[in-house]
Design a binder for this molecule. Structure first.
Ligand SMILES: Cc1cc2nc3c(=O)[nH]c(=O)nc-3n(C[C@H](O)[C@H](O)[C@H](O)COP(=O)(O)OP(=O)(O)OC[C@H]3O[C@@H](n4cnc5c(N)ncnc54)[C@H](O)[C@@H]3O)c2cc1C
Length: 430
């Protein structure tokens, strides 16, 4: 007698969700299981490039990939709808358009902007978490660049998003020959921008940003933000309001929290609204429910949370694309026997790269700071490998090896990088 199909539902087609769907579907035959992918948008957003949309170096369409083209010919059904509620006790998802049951669920709905309850911050700032946000910032920045008055752009938050946005906007302003009339300032609460990143890389990034004319203010938490009578906003720092910084446009990139989706009965979350999972990215109370990416609180061996990065979301997705078919489809057991500790998620970040403008990158690779052409090449290579692995569902052994940690994978990734640079060089001289 044939076993009924197992239904795997993946919520969110961002870096974690789309990578998981295409890579897991390869291991799941139609007779044994189906993969359902849900997103409110019909496209996958290349979120790590949206600051370039905000600065006009990419169009919105450049950073959207239609989901149906990525999953064409695969055992994946796509539902475009907003997720409204998750009910893990009855294995039910409530979507705006319908309700669906699951056998295994993976929640990868990403993150949203956190304003830390700072008075006036949400009402008087623009966020940068989607292509729509980026297009709005571009419209506003473009209008001040074309004005005759002195103008100022202030970015609150000197993490990766704020720093990348600052670099891109100042390139746009400099290329528009408006650097004398439009200033860019980054305000950071902590003593350094890019807190937690390698110190040598931070130093190099500060140097590049200052060369571009960006003012960096550190150790300065924002106390409140006020509307300046329709002329932008005033940002008050936490020194009893003594320091006030005026901004024609204020962009808030100071923090993120897990995307807030009602889960009933409630499950355990961190104070930043991230779903607490165990070493298998699994919710202890509901072993058939997993969570990865920015919405999940995944910890490393030392108990530290993995940072909210696309490269982490993709690694977690790659990990679950093997674990779930093996345990939940092959033996048909959705009640899941405890997983073996040898199978836990582990990953050491080997490359850190940050975009600092149009075609400008700084990175940390193999204990060295890289910049210029090499950093750009590494960025182009990772993006190329990401798209190829997505489209092939992990079948392209050369590019997929980039996501493995064994010696064979390291060797193959080295060869693939060499091949990529050679082909690029040939194209450049052609
Ligand atoms: C400007 C910027 C630059 C960045 N640069 C880098 C970088 O250089 N390197 C790096 O590693 N990381 C970078 N990041 C971080 C990276 O983009 C995130 O870590 C990554 O997107 C997380 O992937 P995810 O799958 O968890 O979530 P996301 O990629 O955000 O995907 C979440 C998905 O869920 C969908 N969704 C959300 N809510 C609902 C709902 N209610 N119903 C249906 N669908 C929903 C969304 O439409 C989206 O498709 C950057 C981020 C930003 C904003």
């Amino acid at each position: 007698m044939s076993r009924p199909n197992k239904r795997i539902v993946i919520l969110g087609a961002g870096y974690g969700g789309i990578f998981l769907a295409t890579n897991a579907a390869r291991h799941i035959k139609e007779e044994t299981g189906e993969v359902i992918l849900v997103d409110r948008n019909p496209y996958h957003q290349l979120l790590q490039e949206i600051h370039l949309v905000a600065a006009g170096f990419r169009t919105a369409n450049d950073v959207k990939i239609p989901i149906l083209t990525l999953i064409a010919g695969m055992n994946i059904k796509f539902i475009q709808s907003a997720v409204k509620q998750i009910r893990p006790d009855t294995n039910l998802i409530v979507l705006e358009s319908t309700k669906i049951h699951y056998d295994v669920l993976i929640v990868c709905l990403g993150a949203s902007t956190k304003y830390f309850n700072i008075k006036g911050a949400e009402e008087n700032s623009l966020p940068l978490r989607s292509i729509t946000d980026a297009s709005l910032i571009y419209d506003r920045v473009n209008s001040i660049v074309n004005s005759d008055k002195k103008q100022s752009v202030v970015i609150v938050g000197g993490g990766a998003t704020g720093v990348s946005l600052g670099g891109a906007l100042s390139d746009f302003i400099n290329e528009s020959k408006k650097s004398d009339s439009v200033s860019v300032t980054i305000i950071e609460a902590l003593p350094t921008i890019l807190s937690g990143w390698d110190e040598r890389l931070v130093k190099k990034v500060e140097e590049v940003l200052r060369e571009k004319g960006i003012r960096i203010i550190t150790s300065s938490p924002v106390a409140r933000v006020e509307n300046a009578d329709g002329d932008g906003s005033d940002i008050y720092l936490s020194d009893d309001g003594k320091s006030k910084i005026h901004s024609s446009i204020n962009i808030w990139t100071a923090g993120i929290k897990g995307y807030d989706i009602p889960i009933n009965p409630e499950i355990e979350k961190t104070k930043d609204g991230k779903i607490i999972v165990n070493e298998f990215c699994q919710i202890d109370r509901y072993p058939n429910v997993f969570s990865i990416g920015d919405i999940a609180a995944v910890r490393d061996d030392t108990g530290k949370l993995y940072p909210p990065l696309a490269q982490i979301a993709v690694r977690e997705a790659k990990y679950l694309s093997n674990l779930i078919p093996k345990h939940f489809i092959a033996n048909g057991d959705t009640d899941a026997a405890p997983l073996s500790i040898d199978e836990k998620f582990e990953y050491n970040i080997k490359v850190q790269l940050i975009s600092l403008g149009n075609d400008d990158y700084v990175g940390f690779f193999n204990n060295h700071v890289i910049s210029g052409n090499l950093a750009r090449l590494v960025e182009e290579f990772s993006m190329d490998a990401y798209i190829t692995t997505l489209k092939s569902g992990g079948r392209d052994i050369m590019n997929t090896s980039l996501y493995g940690d064994d010696i064979f994978s390291h060797l193959v990734s080295g060869i693939t990088f060499a091949r990529f640079t050679f082909v690029k060089w040939l194209k450049d001289i052609a």
